[in-house]
Write a protein that binds this ligand. Structure first.
Ligand code: F6P
Length: 360
């Protein structure tokens, strides 16, 4: 091995910079050259990206003091799939072009021995497909949603849970002061990990997750029951991808984003209970800012482990946390299915024992 490259793809997550730093320092200490690719794979297709070189050396200096920083020094994009890059056609409409062969070609030209691809489900699927075309890849599991299989945890998740728990905690005092129902919408398109962990830690009364379809009547019942017990406020935590059991569609808007579920619930609860209800969407605050200590050290461990995988020739794999060990698992296994909250998960069982309702 002489040369490796690193990129970050998809939505950002706290800890990206720590992975980049650890992988760079570990690779430099092997005597390898390390390069950063700007904004996913853009920096390979374009010489200049955002007025900066698309492909550039990562030195010890370049990664100094970045462990604690949110975002990514490499930049990222959710529109950079080389198998279907969005481009403007001569007639003004948008079309998709497959530039994956070019990516593999650029790697060969630059004599890169391996790519460390830091990404979630989408970015790692792209990395896997490129690997099948001959590009030597190691994946690093990133997403605040914690929904990647084969790893007990992704980096970024615990930082998001910390932010969400703090927000839920803050809602208690204002909810109690006004005797209101507060509905807070958290991230989690397909899985409810953030809502479940932070709802439990933050003292939610109701937690709604995509894995357990809810019945609005059950939620109303819970709020009324609390009222009778003299608890005149309630906190409802809802993952953006939660859906009602009655077959109504989930709350995807026309742009494919999840909006409005908290608002809808607040309106329904207010109408059915006569209590004032308010909604809020926590949004990208869950992804922003510094990683907490757990995510910093997990990210550093992942970055260093990725370099060990390359040294040992273990390519086409993803580094994963299993128990307290970092292991390499086949990339194909990691992206096969999303890791959903099991219905008999101890977190769910514990929440139910504490009287938290899942609206079912
Ligand atoms: O990283 C995944 C995620 O956090 C989802 O939970 C959320 O729906 C999505 O990203 C939003 O991403 P963006 O608005 O950046 O496309």
């Amino acid at each position: 091995v002489r040369k490796i490259a690193i990129n970050t793809g998809g939505g950002d997550a706290p800890g990206l910079n720590a992975v980049i730093r650890a992988a760079t320092l570990a690779a430099l200490s092997e005597g390898w050259e390390v390069y950063g690719i700007r904004r996913g794979y853009m920096g390979l297709l374009e010489d200049v990206v955002d007025d900066e070189p698309g492909f550039f050396p990562l030195t010890a200096n370049a990664v100094r003091g970045i462990t604690h920083l949110g975002g990514t020094i490499l930049g990222t994009t959710t529109r950079g799939n080389p198998f279907g890059l969005e481009v403007r056609q001569p007639d003004g409409t948008w079309g998709k072009v497959d530039r994956s062969d070019e990516i593999v070609e650029r790697f060969r030209e630059r004599e890169i021995d391996a790519l460390i691809a830091i990404g979630g489900d989408g970015s790692l699927s792209i990395a896997h497909a490129l690997h099948l075309k001959g590009l030597p890849v190691i994946g690093v599991p990133k997403t605040i949603d914690n929904d990647l299989s084969a790893t007990d945890m992704t980096f970024g998740f615990q930082s998001a849970v910390e932010v969400a728990t703090d927000a839920i905690g803050r809602l208690h005092s204002t909810a109690e002061a006004h005797q209101r129902v507060m509905v807070v919408q958290l991230m989690g398109r397909h899985t409810g990990w953030i809502a479940l962990e932070s709802g439990l830690a933050g003292g939610a009364d109701v937690i709604l997750i995509p894995e357990i379809p809810y019945d609005i009547d059950r939620i109303v019942e819970k709020v009324k029951q609390r009222d009778v017990q003299g608890r005149r406020f309630s906190i409802v935590v809802v993952a953006e991808g939660a859906r009602p059991a009655n077959g109504e569609a989930s709350f995807l808007d026309s742009t494919g984003r999840y909006g409005g579920i908290a608002d809808r619930l607040a309106t329904q609860i207010e109408a059915a209970t006569g209590k004032e209800a308010r909604s809020m969407v926590l949004g990208h605050i869950q992804r922003g800012g510094e990683p907490i200590a757990f995510d910093r050290s997990l990210s550093l461990r992942f970055g260093a482990a990725a370099v060990r995988c390359i040294r040992e020739g273990s390519l086409g794999t993803m580094v994963a946390l299993q128990g307290n060990h970092i292991r390499a698992v086949p990339l194909g296994d990691a992206i096969r299915d999303l890791k959903r909250v099991p219905l008999d998960s101890e977190l769910v069982v514990c929440s139910r024992q504490l009287g938290i309702s899942f609206g079912d």
